[in-house]
Design a protein around this ligand. Structure first.
Ligand SMILES: NC(=O)c1ccc[n+]([C@@H]2O[C@H](COP(=O)([O-])OP(=O)(O)OC[C@H]3O[C@@H](n4cnc5c(N)ncnc54)[C@H](OP(=O)(O)O)[C@@H]3O)[C@@H](O)[C@H]2O)c1
Length: 314
């Protein structure tokens, strides 16, 4: 009999210690029925898509990321195993993207033109959703679609609460188009191809810091009372929640916002006092017509997701 300290042992004496974290990960994966490593496609590797690609690539998945910009091919190739330059409205490109994928995330938004018109919204959101649904029918390997939508689909609720059971009431074109895209995808959901819609709050995070968005307003007088609620979500929680949705095979609609529940006045005050900037003044004689609502995140939390940034990270 050999023992572990026997110098003549034919076995490798330098057997590494058991990697408990890895073992636990495998057990968790088995409990959650999803394979440890998957082929994942991210349609739209912009701000969120790129962070997600990086995360999944690090975890060992085979990541295919798409962009519409040939000049982004080289930089994306550093964080994704495979990069495809395509538009979602290109049905042939969609048909060749899907067959080898297990999970597909859609994270598209018009880029490069902040005043995108109706046709751009239609092409970006609706054509992509329709082509995806069409291609899904030929690609049984795809088990889950995770679609990034927006809480703007709830419209203006005058500061009241909404949850996933609240009816949608989009108040602008982009939100109407997002509602339509959600519907198209949800109708395609089946036992074998689950569709999960994540309705995001305003996105912030590295490179999109709140101070960058609000900083120019320092010392200015703004219309309204500042009593409107803005619901935010940190980029890392979007990546975390997408991963959670994949592992737990979530389907249906889930809101994805943090716990901060602050008015714009409270948000701006905390950001400006942190950075020592002059305050903003409010002119309530000038009304402001913007969405004002509080979005519940209880459904996602009840499913087990724990926010990385429950409060605003300034
Ligand atoms: N920004 C917010 O506060 C906010 C709030 C709620 C929800 N959302 C949603 O969250 C998701 C992620 O947002 P983000 O800020 O990460 O977006 P982003 O940085 O603007 O990236 C959008 C991505 O979509 C790609 N794209 C544009 N048109 C396309 C088309 N026709 N077909 C396929 N891809 C196309 C872009 O390609 P290129 O690589 O060529 O640029 C880019 O990779 C989006 O679905 C957005 O609607 C955003």
């Amino acid at each position: 009999m050999y023992n572990s300290v026997d110098r003549n042992s034919p076995f490798d004496e330098n057997i590494p210690e058991l990697d408990m974290a890895y073992l636990q990960q495998i057990l968790r994966q088995q409990a959650q029925r999803r394979p440890l490593y998957e082929n994942v496609a991210i349609i739209g590797c912009g701000y969120v898509g790129t962070a997600l690609a990086y995360h999944w690539q690090e975890q060992g998945h085979f990541v295919t990321g798409t962009t519409t910009s040939p000049e982004r091919f080289a930089s994306l190739s550093q964080i994704a195993s495979n990069v495809v330059v395509m538009k979602g409205n290109d049905s042939k490109a969609m048909e060749s993207l899907l067959p080898e994928q297990d999970t597909v995330v859609v994270s598209v938004a018009p880029t490069g033109d902040s005043f995108a018109g109706q046709d751009v919204y239609f092409t970006t959101y609706l054509s992509t959703a329709k082509n995806l649904v069409k291609a899904l029918k030929q690609t049984p390997r795809v088990k889950q679609i995770i679609y990034l939508s927006s809480c703007s689909v709830y419209g203006n609720r005058e500061g009241n609460w909404v949850d996933e059971t609240s009816p949608v009431a989009p108040s602008d074109l982009r939100s109407q188009v997002l509602c339509e895209a959600e519907k198209i995808l949800l109708q395609a959901s089946s036992e074998n191809q689950r569709v999960c819609i994540l309705r995001l709050g305003g996105i912030y995070g590295p490179g999109r810091e709140l101070i960058r968005m609000f900083g120019d307003l320092a010392g200015m007088t703004l219309p309204g009372k500042g009593d409107r609620f803005i619901n935010w979500i940190h980029r890392d929680d979007i990546v975390g929640a997408i991963d959670f949705a994949r592992l737990n095979e979530l389907e249906g609609i889930y809101n994805l916002v943090d716990d901060s529940r602050l008015t714009v006045k409270e948000q701006v005050e905390s950001i400006f006092s942190y950075y020592g900037l002059p305050p903003v003044y409010w002119d309530s004689s000038k009304p402001l017509r913007r969405n004002n609502l509080l979005v519940s995140n209880q459904k996602l939390k009840a499913a087990g997701y724990q926010l990385v940034y429950p409060k605003l990270f300034i």
